[in-house]
Design a protein around this ligand. Sequence first.
Ligand code: GLN
Length: 304
Amino acid sequence: MDYRTVLDKIYKAVQPYAGLGKNADYIPSLANVNPDKFGICIVTDKNQSFEVGDAEERFSLQSITKVFALAMCLSLKGEELWKRVGKEPSGTAFNSLVQLEVEHGLPRNPFINAGALVLTDIMLTSLDNPEEKFIGFVRELCGDDTICYNTDVARSERETAYLNAAIVNLLKYHRNIECDVERVLEFYFKMCSVEMNCRELATAFLAFANRNKEFSYAGFSLTSSQVKRMNAIMQTCGFYDEAGEFSYLVGLPGKSGVGGGIAAIYPGRYSVAVWSPRLNSKGNSIMGMKALELLTTETMESIF
Ligand code: GLN
């Protein structure tokens, strides 16, 4: 497949969508990012990479980091994990409180905020130095020791985190959080604040696309069956209440974040990361989704 030509074509084809949507502004430091950035990078199973646009500029991963947290928690807890968090699509916004009340503090899945806050609590109670372990794991996935937290972004999010604070308190009320709620929020925002560029993110996600290679990074290991199941959860829950739309338009497992990034996987073939900060009303990148739709349409490479 001539990915270089495909990406050049996509780059031109997404231009009419430039200017639609806006940055996440509920996190003050994300509101200040240049909204007109666009980058995309594909990394193949042979480790070849192809990129266009702002693919070398780092951005805030936000909810994409929930995939790394899930991998670590599955490695730590195995099937036990599902006693504390479900694996059903939510059909609600990533920061919704509605189901959590009705379902007595058991989050629908690990990729909505409530689920990721439970993962955060599990990591805090299971690991010494969880901050160090998390960043160590992510660095090994990327093969890059310079990946780090952006503590200014984490602090900026904490200052306006009324909704996430409500979610973690509701979880605590239902006894699905063991640690102090403030500590859970602190570590959760730190994980969200990790920055990568498109090439680094696609490289990190390649580990989830490599079907039969060993998954073992910084002491956290998954079986190929667990990796396969992580893909299933990305497919059904990776885009909150737009998971169906993403499946329909793109047809790849993936995960989005309100920093405007999306990472997706074609199992056994490639991983792809795209970044454009302007979001739609569901919190997903408009140009990013369009670019991935064009990628799978143009190449006819999707899981369907
Ligand atoms: N840090 C963000 C939040 O908790 C992550 C949300 C997202 O990327 N969808 O609101």
